[in-house]
Design a protein around this ligand. Structure first.
Ligand SMILES: [Zn+2]
Length: 127
């Protein structure tokens, strides 16, 4: 993964979301991360997206989210939106390949909002 590829993916992803929502959503930063615990993934900081958009456009949004993960060679065990606490504003979209320690944290949650600041879009349960 090169920075040039990240740049290209950032602008393509932003274009696709704008077309889908017909609104000027801003993808302020696209990051790849690795955590000390063993988790890794992608974070897309975003402005102009609301929880309602995820609800309404989930079917159209999911293929776009899967595509960007595939483009960046990330196989997410969980894809979620992080919300600004106490609001309906989406602060970021996150693709995370969970380590063994963090997996149970996500697996024990119920429904789409296991925590008030999380909105789950995809979760791969382990067998
Ligand atoms: Zn972890």
């Amino acid at each position: 993964m090169s920075a040039a590829e990240l740049l290209k993916n950032r602008s393509e992803f932003e274009d696709k979301i704008r077309k889908l929502l017909a609104r000027p959503v801003l993808l302020t930063e696209l990051d790849m991360f690795a955590l000390p615990c063993g988790c890794s993934g992608i974070t897309a900081n975003i402005r102009g997206l609301e929880v309602d958009d995820l609800d309404v456009f989930e079917a159209q949004l999911m293929p776009i989210l899967k595509e960007i993960a595939a483009n960046l060679s990330v196989k997410p065990s969980v894809t979620f939106a992080r919300l600004v606490p106490g609001s309906s504003i989406v602060a970021s979209l996150n693709w995370r390949t969970l380590c063994n320690r963090c997996y149970p944290e996500f697996a024990k949650g119920q429904g789409k909002t296991p925590r008030p600041d999380l909105y789950l879009l995809q979760f791969e349960k382990r067998k």
